[in-house]
Design a protein around this ligand. Structure first.
Ligand SMILES: Nc1ncnc2c1ncn2[C@@H]1O[C@H](COP(=O)(O)OP(=O)(O)O)[C@@H](O)[C@H]1O
Ligand SMILES: [Mg+2]
Length: 371
């Protein structure tokens, strides 16, 4: 019998989403951002009393809607940063503010340290075309053009010559799995294939950041899953920074390195999928993630305890990033406790009690609720 031990790691804690320190690796850095629609919008962020009103009261008192309220975050280089929230929570407004497709009411935004709010028209155009390209839900394919020319279109706007843009476009035809369809027109493609064309077009201009506003929400579930896997694959192969908006929790958990969960214009929690599911910041988030299969999101780090003498040699070995689901499989298959091994060193052990505890939301050692 194993003795009860203190868990090696504490339940994950969340970085405060209010005023994070600027991240050295930040591509976008956003601080105290507000977007208020309506008359004399700038008095709302300036007046704490107005800023604290809920949506209905604010509308009644001022005729204004605060779509984004005092939001701060960094998008790190190479990550998929997901903005998730129900319809109307402010996601589209937030992501459009990043490149000033919507003009923020107050706050600061920088990209690679450069102030976005002081950019002139030319610099902004450069930002939108080359540095942070937006992929919309309806990709806006040109019906009379072929797949190849649709993919090349973004390059054409950039002024890239015909030969070079066709060559670059052809490369991306292959990358998104549309080989052999170069000369078809959009109407000769399925919905999923059309999405791939849009994706290839955005990728071909080689932006530093791709901004997706719910690109897959109109697709049926199988095609949608296909496209999600495509994004995961492209991200793995290219390591491109992405900001991905979705109202779908499963999509967020699948794609996001980190997730900002929005409610009524605010970020209520910012963290990894594991942090959001394992340690919800409040009842709203807890309710949001209630039905998530915890064992598929949480890793063995949340389930392990220190190894006892002799334990670090025996049993199946797992990486620290292995899911609890994978650990359950390994333990069930071998009938032994599993070792968590990092850089050749055993950093902990997962046993039945620890695994059951995580699935139930209760750490085995203390009987205290994690979530
Ligand atoms: N141009 C606008 N004028 C007034 N209100 C707007 C405008 N655009 C968005 N809103 C309001 O701002 C809030 C957030 O909208 P939006 O950013 O589109 O949310 P989401 O993308 O999460 O569905 C909503 O209440 C919406 O009605
Ligand atoms: Mg939206």
């Amino acid at each position: 019998m194993n003795q009860p031990t203190t868990p090696l790691t504490n339940p994950p804690t969340n970085p405060p989403s209010k005023t994070p320190d600027t991240d050295a690796e930040a591509v976008f850095s956003v601080r105290d951002l507000w977007k208020v629609f309506g008359p004399k919008a700038d008095r709302v962020p300036a007046d704490p009393e107005l800023g604290a009103l809920d949506a209905a009261e604010l509308r009644e008192r001022t005729g204004c809607t605060a779509a984004v309220r005092d939001v701060s975050f960094d998008v790190r280089k190479g990550e998929v940063f997901v903005v998730m929230g129900l319809s109307g929570s402010g996601k589209s407004t937030l992501v459009r503010c990043l490149t000033r497709l919507i003009e923020p009411t107050s706050g600061t935004i920088s990209i690679d340290g450069e102030d976005v709010l002081s950019m002139d028209t030319g610099r902004l155009r450069e930002l939108r075309r080359h540095r942070a390209a937006m992929v919309f839900q309806h990709f806006g394919l040109l019906p009379h053009r072929t797949v190849l020319d649709n993919i090349a279109y973004g390059l054409e706007i950039q002024g890239v010559g015909r030969g070079e843009r066709r060559e670059r476009a052809a490369e991306f035809v292959a990358k998104v799995g549309l080989d052999g369809m170069e000369h078809r027109r959009p109407s000769q493609l399925s919905g999923g294939q059309q999405q791939r064309v849009g994706l290839a077009r955005a990728l071909a201009v080689d932006p530093e950041v791709l901004l997706f506003d719910e690109p897959f929400s109109a697709l049926d579930p199988l095609i949608r899953r296909d496209m999600q896997e495509e994004v995961v694959r492209l991200h793995r192969e290219e390591g491109r920074t992405m900001v991905f908006i979705t109202h779908d929790l499963n999509e967020a958990l699948k794609l996001g390195d980190r997730i900002a969960l929005m409610r009524d214009g605010r970020i209520v929690q910012l963290g990894t999928p594991e942090e959001i599911v394992g340690a919800p910041a409040d009842d709203y988030v807890r309710d949001f993630v209630r039905d998530v299969p915890r064992e598929q999101v949480l890793t063995v780090r949340s389930a392990m305890r220190p190894a006892l003498i002799g334990e670090s040699e025996a049993g199946p070995a797992l990486a620290p990033g292995a899911t609890v689901h994978e650990a359950i499989e390994a333990v069930a298959r071998t009938g032994e406790n599993a070792r968590v091994v990092e850089d050749g060193r055993c950093v902990g052990v997962v046993d039945h009690a620890g695994l059951l505890g995580v699935v139930a939301g209760v750490p085995a050692a203390t009987g205290k609720a994690v979530a």
